[in-house]
Design a protein around this ligand. Structure first.
Ligand code: FES
Ligand code: FES
Length: 170
């Protein structure tokens, strides 16, 4: 079947088996291999991308469900010589070891910062009406869908926190 998606700002047309996951369409058909396949079962977060600005596990959704959608992958955030703030903060704070989970962590953190800015509470937020400050516990909870086998978690949280502080100061 034919599917059209805007991926990282570019219109893409794909002719796919209807059973193709969004993750496989991105990696195998569009050759955007920055998005990683960890578990392929919705358990690790390595495959996180943004769909219309919201984070999603791309292994758990079919590409066919996203005809006309806007997809952002790690390749759409910054370039090697022009990292975006989160990418730069992960480098600065030592937020990765092997780096396999890193694209998913950064995409999830991007979505998480947007959700927090919109006042969405998390399971640990004291105030359900929003305005949560992004404490270490808030960041840990909001990033709990992203696993890192190397346990770089303290540095990942530090990187996200530094960007949250920078955004709050702007
Ligand atoms: S590969 Fe999608 S959650 Fe693990
Ligand atoms: S840096 Fe290795 S799995 Fe996260």
């Amino acid at each position: 079947m034919d599917i059209r998606m805007t991926v990282n700002g570019e219109e893409r047309s794909l002719d796919l088996d209807p059973r193709t996951s969004l993750l496989d369409a991105l990696r195998d058909d569009l050759r955007l291999t920055g998005t990683k396949k960890g578990c392929d079962h919705g358990q690790c977060g390595a495959c996180t991308v943004l769909v219309n600005g919201r984070r999603i596990n791309s292994c758990l959704t079919l590409a066919a469900m996203h005809d006309g959608d806007e997809i952002t992958t790690i390749e759409g955030l910054g370039a090697e010589d022009n990292l975006n703030d989160l990418q730069a903060a992960f480098v600065e704070c030592d937020g990765f070891q092997c780096g396999y989970c890193t694209p998913g962590q950064i995409m999830s953190a991007t979505g998480m910062l947007n959700e927090a800015a919109e006042g969405m509470p998390s399971h640990v937020s004291a105030d359900l009406n929003g305005g949560a400050d992004l404490s270490d516990a808030e960041i840990a909870e909001r990033m709990s869908g992203n696993l890192c086998r190397c346990s770089a978690y303290p540095f990942i949280r530090k990187a996200i926190s530094s960007v949250a502080e920078k955004e709050a100061a702007e």
